[in-house]
Write a protein that binds this ligand. Structure first.
Ligand SMILES: [Zn+2]
Length: 300
């Protein structure tokens, strides 16, 4: 059977990065504050649309049908873009309402984010949301009953990396390929009703491999080695963001932020083009995350 690769996109803008908003030490308290200070408005400037359309064209050229994890906030500001993504054959998944660490939300806050995200996103496509990706890939097991109650069937947030730059994902003992689970993200259960589609890491070092951020910071071979390693044992996933194909934000940046935002724009567009071309050359099948989750055998 051909190995499957989920290509997924978190439909975030650069100001959703953790250093900017959504984490305890972010530069701005929330996106509303950021909009007022940076744009002098109560809404974003529309920078998300152009790079997203370039991604859609890139996917068309490679025959990729992918999964776009979208914030309720983004659906609110860009309803036509969300409709266009769905109309062009891609799955819409949920990325919460605001891009905020789970530790800042707590159980009630999380339930509220999911409810509000569904209210915005589901009417745009007429389809129920089935998949979730946590902002900043940070999870808590109390999220699971909330996701279940809201009709979700899979998660795609587990990063099997060891801790990096003070961020501990807590999942470095897990396999890199999709698995079933039921009560805890970090405890596979072959009979579980929920599916996890994790993010592979660079072999040996156990640092994030199949994410656009590391593709840009280190290079395309880094990501290809991680993908190839994960595909030896099962299906795999690669993900990136539209802001990575856009211009660098026009604000003063620290050295660490400049590193994090290295090689945005045409370089990254070329890099994803090369990665998708190589995956095709390996003979993988591109699958939307929901399709992969829906067909993962119960005893695997
Ligand atoms: Zn995100």
């Amino acid at each position: 059977m051909r190995k499957r690769v989920v290509v997924s996109v978190d439909l975030d803008e650069w100001y959703h990065c953790r250093w900017a908003t959504g984490a305890p030490h972010s530069r701005w308290a929330d996106t509303g504050t950021f909009f007022r200070e940076h744009y002098g408005s109560d809404r974003p400037a529309g920078e998300l649309a152009a790079p997203t359309r370039r991604i859609l064209d890139l996917f068309d050229r490679h025959g990729v049908r992918g999964t776009f994890f979208i914030l309720g906030e983004v659906g609110h500001f860009y309803p036509d873009l969300v409709k266009e993504i769905a109309a062009r054959g891609h799955e819409i998944g949920c990325h919460g309402y605001h891009h905020v660490d789970i530790g800042l939300l707590g159980p009630d806050g999380f339930a509220d984010q999911i409810r509000r995200a569904r209210e915005v996103l589901e009417p745009l496509t007429g389809a129920p949301l089935r998949g979730y990706r946590a902002p900043n890939l940070l999870l808590a097991d109390y999220m699971l009953p909330v996701l279940r109650e809201n009709g979700f069937r899979y998660d795609a947030s587990v990063c099997t990396s060891r801790s990096l730059l003070g961020k501990d994902f807590g999942h470095d003992h897990l396999a890199q390929n999709p698995y079933r689970f039921s009560e805890r993200f970090s405890r596979p259960d072959p009979q579980g009703d929920f599916v996890e589609i994790p993010l592979p890491v660079f072999p040996g070092l156990r640092l994030p491999g199949s994410t656009g951020i590391l593709t840009r910071v280190i290079g395309v071979p880094w990501t290809l080695i991680a993908m190839r390693d994960a595909l030896r044992t099962g299906d795999a996933q690669y993900y990136f963001h539209p802001y990575e194909m856009g211009p660098r934000p026009d604000i003063p940046l620290s050295a660490r932020e400049r590193l994090f935002l290295r090689r945005l724009g045409p370089w990254m567009e070329g890099a994803v083009d090369r990665i998708l071309g190589r995956l095709r050359g390996w003979g993988v099948e591109f699958a939307r995350a929901g399709e992969l989750a829906g067909t993962l055998p119960a005893a695997s």
